[in-house]
Design a protein around this ligand. Structure first.
Ligand code: PLP
Length: 358
């Protein structure tokens, strides 16, 4: 199997790909209701929630839009220290909301300490935050931020993007007091792209009922009416749901805690390798992602040449994102990737460097 050390879409196990080939069934059928129910039950374990989990035929950005349309009439605050938070900001602005921002440098976390001054007395309906910034390999301290937000503004809904962490890092939605946690299929869940998962609290759904112009496709109130009947308003991505059902069994067989430990040990290995090589990491210690590591390209390697070399061995890594292209490179270690795959990658990178190119 080729190895995509890129932060999504990642490699999908052949058995999971195969699970997509099951025969179609009508979505208005008992068979589909059973499938939907079992998938939702298993998905809750990923979010550590007793609340509902919606499935949408969309990528993660779709649910970023759902959060804005359902949980904001006017005022929203977005925490921004990377490209995907910036996208969420744009989503909110393009939906006509009044959007304020908390900014941190891309190589710095959003901290709980930034919250009180920004939120006190402002009446934000929601605060939007990215857990794992895929563009920088930085993990924001969601638990602490959520706790600070709850303290200073208890009615504000807390929405968190876990697109590149759910299934690779433990997310405790209920314990941390989160109102919406969204993710998508093509990263730590190691599924093909096209399916988004969103867990939503009761109070968030109640709030949505009073929000006008929620649209149709991502109207969570409508989705809830159907979910209560184990179904979806529009035709679901049936093949992807088959694959999710199958993959959730594999994930639970591995054991969630084992899976989280595997991601952590892969990140540690990559970080240690970079530091041992005299390279610096983009994210500061304590805030480094367990699913993607961003390394500063201080030796000025040509990342496309490096990838050409890696591709001969059926591997590839990712260049830096947006303004960080060329200045950093990213090694993703998520989904089904194992420590031995990481070792093989690092060894091949060493060969590239030893060949005088590095
Ligand atoms: C953290 C994060 N949020 C949102 C997105 C957008 O998700 P999608 O491409 O699934 O729409 C991405 C995509 O890489 C991401 O990494």
């Amino acid at each position: 199997m080729p190895h995509m050390f890129v932060p999504g879409p990642v490699d999908v196990d052949p058995e999971v790909l195969q699970a997509q080939t099951l025969a179609m069934i009508p979505h208005r059928s008992k068979e589909f209701e059973t499938l939907y129910r079992q998938v939702e039950e298993k998905s809750r374990l990923l979010f550590n929630t007793d609340f509902r989990v919606f499935l949408a035929a969309a990528s993660g950005s779709g649910l970023q839009e759902a959060a804005v349309r359902n949980f904001v009439k006017e005022k929203v605050l977005v925490c921004i220290n990377g490209a995907f938070a910036e996208r969420w900001y744009e989503v909110a602005v393009s939906n006509g909301k009044q959007v304020d921002r908390i900014d941190a440098a891309w190589d710095q976390p959003i901290t709980a300490g930034m919250i009180p001054e920004k939120m006190r007395g402002k009446g934000y309906e929601s605060i939007l935050l990215v857990h794992n910034e895929t563009s920088t390999g930085l993990q924001n301290p969601v638990k602490e931020i959520a706790s600070a937000a709850r303290e200073v503004s208890p009615n504000t809904l807390i929405c968190v993007d876990t697109v590149s962490s759910l299934g690779g890092v433990k997310i405790e939605m209920d314990e941390w007091g989160l109102d919406m946690v969204l993710s998508s299929s093509q990263k730590c869940l190691a599924l093909p792209p096209g399916l988004a998962l969103g867990a939503v609290s009761d109070r968030a759904l109640e709030y949505a009922q009073g929000v006008p112009d929620r649209g149709w496709y991502f109207d969570l109130v409508r989705m809830e009416k159907h979910r209560l009947k184990d179904s979806t308003p529009a035709t679901p991505a049936m093949s992807l749901i088959y694959a999710l059902d199958y993959q959730l069994d594999r994930i639970l067989n591995e054991g969630l805690e084992n899976r989280y430990k595997r991601h952590e040990s892969m990140s540690k290995r990559v970080q240690d390798w970079a530091l041992d090589r005299g390279l610096s990491l983009f994210a500061p210690e304590g805030f480094r992602s367990h699913t993607v590591t961003t390394v500063k390209n201080e030796k000025g390697w040509d990342i496309s040449e490096l990838n050409k070399y890696l591709l001969q061995k059926e591997m590839r890594i990712a260049n830096g994102y947006g303004p960080l292209k060329g200045k950093t490179f990213r090694i993703a270690h998520m989904g089904e990737t194992k420590l031995e795959d990481v070792e093989r990658l690092l060894q091949t990178m060493e060969e590239f460097m030893g060949a005088g190119t590095g």
